[in-house]
Design a protein around this ligand. Structure first.
Ligand SMILES: C[S@@+](CC[C@H](N)C(=O)[O-])C[C@H]1O[C@@H](n2cnc3c(N)ncnc32)[C@H](O)[C@@H]1O
Length: 274
């Protein structure tokens, strides 16, 4: 692949709009308890002006809007209009102080130097140039403003004991390489942030282990949504994928199997004061 091809924005691998809602709500159930705790530890407070980069269907935007209250505000940014439509519906129903804009994460057009906190989750690993997004986040923050970013290593997912659910790690690892993306980005997140000119950085890493309930479906649903991309990239045939998905469902439904979600890195930091 040429370096020009790598520099182009990558086509998003997973479903968008109404088809994305179920998976992104489950993803939020799995990851938001630790995310919320880290946001508070990083300094998120009532009245703050927050930007949620790659906001998807707005599940985190709504949580952030509830946390900053009516004296604060949240601007959600996504490149995909169908995601934003879902986000607007999800947040309007709760009467929250949210605005959504359609823009690329590395060139939002947002006012410079006015936000108290910039946030993203599971965005940077979908970008061919994640540093350009971090640079944009730094630009829109006030001096001393807070950055909180969460991203996973998709090749760390699987199950205990190992089952067909471990196919998710292998397939996403190979798909990332085929698309010029780094689906292991979470493992390097702390260094990515510190290299992008932020200071006072902290790091927490955790890996949810799911024993029961609907959240167990996340790995299988993610592979299902990525099916067109996996087949287009020639990584698996439709028949092989169908069989893999059936085996993943069997493992998901087996109460003796613990489902391991991608290991998540959470990094918080500040924009330097000068
Ligand atoms: C996995 S979803 C995560 C959504 C949300 N952050 C969450 O955790 O629920 C990734 C989102 O990033 C968006 N996205 C991908 N590339 C983007 C870009 N260059 N600029 C802005 N958003 C982008 C996709 O449209 C998608 O909604």
């Amino acid at each position: 692949m040429s370096s020009n091809a790598l520099a182009r924005p990558a086509e998003y691998t997973l479903a968008t709009g109404a088809a994305a809602v179920r998976r992104l709500h489950v993803l939020h159930n799995v990851y938001s308890p630790v995310g919320r705790r880290v946001l508070l530890r990083a300094g998120l407070a009532k009245g703050m002006k927050v930007a949620d980069f790659g906001c998807g269907v707005g599940v985190v935007s709504r949580m952030l809007a509830e946390m900053v209250g009516s004296s604060g505000s949240v601007t959600g940014i996504d490149v995909n209009g169908d995601q934003l439509e879902q986000a607007r519906q999800w947040c309007a129903s709760a009467g929250l102080n949210t605005t959504f804009i359609e823009a690329s994460a590395d060139n939002t057009g947002l006012e410079r130097g006015v936000f108290d906190l910039a946030y993203c989750r599971f965005l940077l690993l979908h970008l061919t140039d994640p540093t350009a997004c971090l640079r944009e986040m730094r630009e829109i923050l006030k001096p001393g403003g807070i950055l909180v970013v969460e991203d996973g290593d998709l090749t760390s997912a699987g199950s205990i004991p190992p089952t067909a659910l471990n196919a998710s790690a292998d397939l996403f690892g190979r798909l990332g390489r085929a698309r010029g993306l780094d689906y292991t980005l979470g493992a390097n997140l702390y260094h990515l942030v510190t290299s992008a000119g932020f200071c006072d950085a902290g790091l927490e890493i955790h890996q949810p282990a799911i024993r029961q309930g609907e959240n167990r479906n996340l790995l299988k649903w993610s592979v299902e949504e990525a099916a067109p991309a996996l087949i287009d990239a020639g990584l698996i045939t439709p028949a092989q994928l169908q069989r893999t998905l059936e085996e993943m469902q069997e493992a998901t439904d087996n109460p003796g199997v613990v489902v391991l979600m991608p290991r998540m890195s959470l990094v918080w930091a500040r924009k330097p004061n000068n």
